[in-house]
Structures are given as structure tokens and as C-alpha cells.
Ligand binder design. Sequence first.
Ligand code: IDP
Ligand code: MG
Length: 149
Amino acid sequence: MERTFLAIKPDGVQRGLVGEVIQRFERKGYKLVGMKMMQVPRETAENHYGEHKGKPFFDGLVDYITSAPIVAMAWEGNNVVAAARQIVGATNPQNAAPGTIRGDFAVDIGRNIIHGSDSVESGIRELGIFFKPEELTGWERNVDRWIQE
Ligand code: IDP
Ligand code: MG
């Protein structure tokens, strides 16, 4: 079953949006299989955002992500990587559609509330950065048969 890495960034935590964000994925029908609050070490942030190294916003991005705690999460479900990106919305909240998390709660690309993996491969890579295998919990949910045929 497909998994993705989602993280409520420091601004989302500070603004009291943890419950709101989690609720959107729960209601949709995806399954939470790992979660922890953590202050991200600088080295971890630089690794996670390695693809952006050298870009003008890189240092500011690492400062932002390491500035206060995040909530790191693993979510599971059919096509969850692409679907979660849709629920998250466009990178720049100015372009994010209403109804998406960034569209509803953010105005600035440098404070866009949430991270979501951009591909299945990125999801595997990022979950490996933030979670030990034993911290991810596969579990049976009685309602699963009412969510997926
Ligand atoms: P994504 O989070 O939608 O996948 P990416 O292009 O991978 O977007 O960028 C990673 C993160 O870097 C963004 O979510 C945002 O926090 C930050 N970022 C991207 N572009 C800019 C920028 O031009 N200025 C400031 N921050 C940026
Ligand atoms: Mg990205």
C-alpha cells in the first residue's frame, strides 16, 4: 500500500492548525501510520530539502523548518502521494485553490503550512529520513472495507 510523508511545518503548529490538517486526511479516508512532534535538526532539514540546495531560498527554508517543532506524519492509502498533493495545494499559496490547505490557510510561499512528498520515490526517501521502520505502524482498521472496495 502506498505511503506518503506529510509534515505540518512550524507555522502550522504555531497557528494551531495541527488538528485541522490531520482532520482533512482522516476524513478523506487515508490511514495515519506514523506521527511524531519534533524539532528538526539542521542536518536533517538540509538532507530532506537537498534538491533545493544552492537555490536563493534554501538557507531561509532550512531556518524556517528548524525554527520550531513540526509534526511529522506517515499516511497510507491508494494513490495517497498524488492525492495528498492535491489536498495540500500549490507551493505558492497565492496560486493554491480555495479548499486546499495552502489555499485556505496560507498567503506566503515561505510560510505554506505543510509539506507533502512529490512522488512515491520521494515518499519512501523522506519517510526514511524522519522515521525508523519500527515507528511506522501498519494496522487494521475496521472501516477500511467501507473506504476501499
Ligand atoms: P513543495 O513544498 O510544494 O513540494 P518545493 O518546490 O519542493 O515545493 O519547495 C519546498 C519548499 O520550499 C516550499 O514548500 C516552500 O516552503 C519553500 N519554497 C519554495 N520556493 C520558495 C521561494 O521562492 N521562496 C521561499 N520559499 C520557497
Ligand atoms: Mg517539494
